[in-house]
Design a protein around this ligand. Structure first.
Ligand SMILES: Cc1cc2nc3c(=O)[nH]c(=O)nc-3n(C[C@H](O)[C@H](O)[C@H](O)COP(=O)(O)OP(=O)(O)OC[C@H]3O[C@@H](n4cnc5c(N)ncnc54)[C@H](O)[C@@H]3O)c2cc1C
Length: 390
């Protein structure tokens, strides 16, 4: 058994770490200042400029196939990179990426949607959630009715990341209510904003925010169906599957950064004539955080490794998402506690992380949904205790 990184993995990881330290972290003070003034931390042109700088470093399209100019990195490598990005709260991600399901596009759709998204010329969003269907995504109601060579979309999507900025939406709609979404009754459509949907920003406890998308008789050409008619739910689950290891990988980076802040603070802040780190109460918070962080790291790397091995990653990635999201919430909470009153202020970014990571237990499958998947797999015998070692 070998828990070491390969030379290549270490080199790539270290290059990303250098980029984040030199180019991303110096922006943190300004990002905080802007967010405190209710402005976006980075605007679109600044993000693009940083992404182009990263491209010169060699980072462009982590998951994108080489034929589209990407790096096509294995999932373990992507996980290690997402961890590095998690070390800064600056809303930066590498460019050259597109939603994984856009690769199901036809050649014509690729020219219109996929390639401009990879190039950063167009912004996409993915919309399955509705006011009446979140965890129970198969219960969606947004209806698409065929009218000659067009489909007419009516209904509402909600909580859509990038929904207010997107140029087009990948919308999962009901095309055959009798079949039900799970059994071929839902279809994915590529819908330009110019076709007539509108978005409404939703304020959340986090920075930025998702949006509701409103479809009121929006006409979409038949050629804008993504994949096959009836494949919408399957594509939706494929889209969500990607986040099951990237989100907790990001969480590890956050936990690493804030835990180091807590250690530094524990060694320097003095009460009763001694650093607070000399108290067992503080030591135990640090010890528990480090232990949980390491447990999460290996669970999540294993789930990414499962993807690379071509094994079914769902069980492992549900455990990684569940544990990683919980871990980062517990760690940030303890780190805030270790910083005392200062942890609660807006002078430090800890309260920002505290608000940000709360989302990780909700989106792309709540804690409860992950537990449902994990237990169902075991109860129905789809998987064995012990995973690939069993
Ligand atoms: C900031 C943000 C960004 C998002 N981005 C996107 C996006 O880009 N695209 C998109 O389509 N969606 C997006 N979502 C939606 C997100 O995926 C849903 O909010 C999530 O799946 C939960 O659905 P819900 O909010 O309807 O909660 P509900 O499904 O109503 O659940 C409410 C509570 O009940 C629990 N629960 C539900 N059913 C069960 C059960 N059977 N057993 C036990 N407990 C249960 C849930 O776990 C939860 O705690 C986003 C959400 C947020 C907040």
């Amino acid at each position: 058994m070998d828990f070491a990184l390969s030379d290549e993995e270490r080199a790539i990881r270290d290059t990303v770490r250098t980029f984040v330290t030199r180019e991303v972290m110096p922006l943190e003070a300004e990002v905080l200042r802007r967010e405190r003034a209710h402005q976006p931390g980075l605007d679109r042109s600044e993000l693009r400029e940083l992404q182009l700088k990263a491209k010169k470093f060699g980072f462009w399209g982590l998951a994108t196939p080489e034929e589209y100019g990407g790096m096509a990195l294995p999932a373990v490598m992507q996980s290690l990179i997402w961890t590095e990005l998690g070390r800064s709260f600056v809303p930066f991600r590498f460019g050259g990426e597109a939603d994984n399901i856009l690769f199901h596009a036809t050649e014509e759709q690729k020219r219109e949607f996929l390639i401009p998204t990879i190039e950063g010329e167009r912004i996409s969003c993915f919309a399955i959630t509705e006011p009446g269907a979140g965890s129970d995504a198969a219960n969606i109601k947004l209806r698409a009715r065929r009218d000659g060579d067009e489909w007419v979309l009516d209904g509402e999507k909600t909580f859509i990341t990038n929904g207010n900025d997107a140029d087009f939406a990948i919308v999962v709609a009901v095309t055959d209510p009798e079949k039900g979404a799970r059994r071929g009754g839902a279809t994915a459509f590529l819908v330009d904003r110019a076709m007539g949907w509108r978005s409404e920003f939703i304020q959340t406890m986090g920075e930025g925010g998702p949006a509701s998308l409103i479809f009121d008789g929006v006409r979409v050409p038949h050629r804008n169906i993504l994949g096959e008619i009836g494949q919408g739910f399957t594509l939706g689950m494929e889209w969500i599957g990607k986040g099951r290891y990237t989100i907790p990988s990001h969480a590890i980076g956050i936990a690493e950064r804030v835990l180091q802040m807590a250690i530094d603070h524990a060694n320097t802040r003095e009460t009763f004539g001694a650093p607070i780190g000399t108290n067992q109460a503080i030591q135990w918070m640090i010890a528990d955080s480090e232990t949980e962080l390491e447990a999460a790291r290996w669970l999540i790397l294993r789930s990414a490794w499962t993807v690379d091995q071509g094994l079914d990653p769902r069980h492992a990635s549900s455990m990684g998402k569940l544990y990683g999201a919980g871990m980062v919430n517990r760690v940030v909470d303890r780190v805030l506690q270790i910083h005392g009153g200062m942890g609660y202020t807006r002078e430090l970014p800890i309260e920002r992380w505290y608000r940000q990571v709360r989302l990780y237990r909700i989106f792309e499958g709540t804690d409860e949904m992950q537990r449902l998947i994990i237990s169902r797999d075991l109860l129905r015998g789809y998987t064995k205790i012990g995973g690939h070692l069993a």
